[in-house]
Design a protein around this ligand. Structure first.
Ligand SMILES: CCNc1ncnc2c1ncn2[C@@H]1O[C@H](/C=C/CNC(=O)c2cc(-c3ccc(F)cc3)cc(O)c2O)[C@@H](O)[C@H]1O
Ligand SMILES: [Mg+2]
Length: 214
């Protein structure tokens, strides 16, 4: 049977990237998606904005919603200080299996805890099961209609503290209208839009960075 897109992406990494070199894994995926087969990674243009936010926040605790093939996971993990706690959630076991191999190829498996399951089920367990108090940074990149409910759930579970940063991909394309409306009008957040483009295309997209005010 025909391979899946995540499998073909993994093979491109194993063929073109150097083991233990995160930058080469990132480049191999970007080359593959730009020249061979598009895939829904945050990509290199928005990826640079992600890098700058991660470097600025210098987080001790990070949560990523929607690992997919692990592209943004590798981008984030390579910039984290030693001892940082990085949890990424992926509910498709087949995709999680690919992401683990991409992360391993980059040599970053010790910095990343990939947990298989749905964010709605796992967020309420963060404190008891994963020993997390609050997250300094959350990267939202899963189903777009889940950004808002999961943000409210993180608030309810006390996982955000004053200064916590939410960074949301795809707020224009495919778009997350209910999330944007909430986060931009809530007195509990200060938001900033970073205009960019949909990965590997000229279509407008962007990242919304929101600071939780407590
Ligand atoms: C049920 C919600 N909770 C979840 N918990 C854990 N993992 C989840 C969850 N949802 C989805 N996932 C996983 O995250 C990934 C899904 C990401 C969804 N992303 C998109 O739809 C997306 C889509 C596009 C896009 C843009 C333009 C197009 F024409 C076509 C596609 C671009 C992007 O950058 C995207 O992020 C999958 O691996 C899925 O298994
Ligand atoms: Mg995305």
């Amino acid at each position: 049977t025909r391979s899946t897109r995540p499998q073909r992406l993994l093979h491109a990494v194993q063929k073109n990237a150097t083991r233990g070199d995160p930058r080469s894994v990132i480049n191999a995926i970007d080359q593959f998606c730009r020249h061979k087969e598009w895939a829904m990674n945050v990509g290199d243009e928005k990826g640079c904005i992600l890098d700058s936010v991660v470097s600025e926040v210098n987080p001790s605790t990070v949560l990523e919603l929607g690992t997919y093939c692990g592209y943004s996971t590798v981008r984030i993990a390579r910039l984290l200080p030693p001892g940082a706690k990085f949890i990424t959630l992926e509910f498709n076991p087949k995709v999680a299996k690919i992401a683990r191999q991409v992360i391993a190829w980059a040599g970053l498996e010790d910095k990343i805890q990939l947990v298989e399951g749905a964010s709605g089920d796992l967020i309420p367990k963060m404190k008891e099961q994963f020993g997390v108090e609050t997250f300094d940074l959350v990267f939202l990149d899963h189903w777009k209609d889940r950004y808002l409910p999961d943000t409210k759930l993180m608030e309810e579970c006390g996982l955000l503290k004053k200064g916590s940063i939410l960074l949301a991909d795809n707020v224009i394309c495919p778009g997350t209208p209910d999330y944007l409306e909430y986060i931009r009008n809530s007195p509990r957040y200060k938001s900033q839009y970073f205009k960019s483009h949909l990965e590997y295309t000229k279509v407008e997209d962007g990242l919304e960075k929101s600071v939780f005010l407590g």
